[in-house]
Design a protein. Structure first.
Length: 445
């Protein structure tokens, strides 16, 4: 194992993983040669992370190398463990949305949607969710897909030294976050999608802002083709790197852009529709390159398809409620903003307290105790920007989940890291991990 801290290879220090040589600076060939002379034929193990800027969060990559070639690659996870799944057992079903939105923090609306679709299925109210709520859910998820893909493109470019790509990617992601803030009041960790519908309706001016967003996106997208797809250096850096064919994807359970880059047009929005996706007109792009370049091209094309869906959402928005009518389940969803900056406006308080004592008591019990969910278990899944995001919910009939477990695509897709990297160069590990686009908030739940 080698870390960096002295001017030349020091005397080896024995650790549980073998001798450690502490070095800094100098020529890499001289360092490996000196280490090889000291250790004869012993392996060299290099740690990339868990604080390395190219590991997408606190991910530890343990690389066994022979010169510049990676002979073995392993992923060490768990450094960001939040205990969210366990915490959900101590909160009501509605309070759970404030936890799940924080898992993969780049795709909060997908976490919320998968969880709420599962709760609604257990409650048997899937068909009772208002159409307007479902359309807004689709709208928010597709904006979220765009913002997530921009982060993947921006951080991937930054790790390769293409800083202009990074600046453009975060510039355009900022437009997505502005919309989130306008609609939900927050840039991330929204807890906006609730069991039964949404926390609020769209605010005034949202449709105009959405139209301007789509117009600006269509103007900006060609810049990525000019900067990246059309650059011989960029293409050479990504082509045939991080290779994983269809058989490998199926064996490892990889989904999302990794699977579609191997030519399989698998997308849950088409194969197992939810939230009315069967009524939208869009394509599932694929490539047959099986490499990092194909995954980059896919993300760009998926942004274009998301813009198509967003335009259709705006056309489908009809006036109506955004929460189910059953008052035993529905949290208040039409609150005005009060002078305290919170949703408990005076008009709403007057309405609750002035209707009847029973209404006030019921509201109190709904918020403090929560609603009961019939016993049973269910698995629901959505197509997140990274692949299949599924949730297994178990209810024992109480006001809190008995068990919640997520199938996060970042966790599953990370299994493909070794297959993509072994036999390649150390520098190509960064490209392969960037093409997987893992987020450790989703891995370490």
């Amino acid at each position: 194992m080698m870390t960096t801290h002295a001017t030349r290879p020091a005397e080896p220090r024995e650790t549980t993983e073998g001798p450690v040589y502490t070095v800094t600076g100098g020529d890499w060939d001289e360092i490996t040669q000196a280490a090889a002379e000291r250790a004869d034929d012993e392996r060299i193990v290099v740690n990339m992370g868990p604080q390395h800027p190219s590991t997408h969060g606190v991910l530890r990559l343990i690389l066994e190398i022979d010169g510049e070639t990676v002979t073995e690659a392993r992923a060490g996870i768990g450094y960001l463990h939040t205990g969210i799944e366990k915490n959900l057992e101590y909160r009501t079903w509605t309070q759970g949305t404030t936890f799940v939105t924080r898992m993969d923090y780049l795709t909060p609306f997908y976490n919320e949607a998968a969880y709420c679709l599962g709760v609604e299925k257990l409650l048997g109210i899937t068909d009772d969710v208002p159409d307007r709520a479902s359309v807004i859910r689709v709208l928010l998820m597709e904006i979220n897909r765009i913002s997530s893909h921009f982060v993947a493109i921006a951080t991937g470019g930054m790790e390769l030294g293409a800083t202009t790509v990074m600046i453009y990617g975060f510039r355009d992601r900022e437009l997505c976050l502005d919309l989130f803030e306008l609609i939900t009041g927050l840039r991330m960790n929204h807890a906006f999608i609730r069991p039964g519908g949404l926390a609020q309706d769209l605010p005034p001016g949202a449709i105009d802002a959405l139209r301007e967003f789509v117009r600006q996106m269509r103007k900006n997208l060609p810049e990525y083709d000019a900067l990246c797809s059309g650059s011989p250096v960029f293409r050479a850096r990504l082509k045939d790197v991080g290779y994983l064919d269809l058989a490998g994807c199926l064996a490892l359970g990889a989904t999302g852009p990794i699977l579609r880059s191997a030519g399989l047009p698998h997308d849950l929005r088409k194969s197992d529709p939810y939230c009315g996706y069967e009524n939208y007109d869009f394509e599932v792009p694929t490539t047959d390159t099986c490499d990092s370049f194909g995954r980059f091209l896919l993300r760009l094309e998926e942004i274009e398809q998301s813009l198509r869906i967003i335009e259709q959402c705006m056309e489908r928005l009809e006036p109506g409620p955004v929460m189910v009518g059953d008052k035993k389940i529905a949290w208040p969803a039409q609150l005005a903003l009060g002078p305290d900056g919170l949703g408990n406006s005076l008009d709403h308080i007057k309405n609750i307290m002035g209707t009847s004592m029973e209404a006030l008591i019921h509201h109190f019990k709904l918020v403090t105790e929560g609603f009961r969910v019939p016993p049973g278990q269910v698995y629901t899944a959505v197509e997140s920007p990274k692949g299949e995001l599924g949730v297994h919910l178990v209810s024992d009939g109480g006001t809190r989940p008995y068990r919640v477990h997520f199938r996060d695509p970042s966790f599953t897709n990370l299994q493909s890291m070794a297959a993509m990297c072994e036999g390649g160069m150390v520098a190509d590990v960064i490209v392969a991990v960037a093409s997987i686009d893992p987020v450790m908030g989703g891995v370490d739940r």
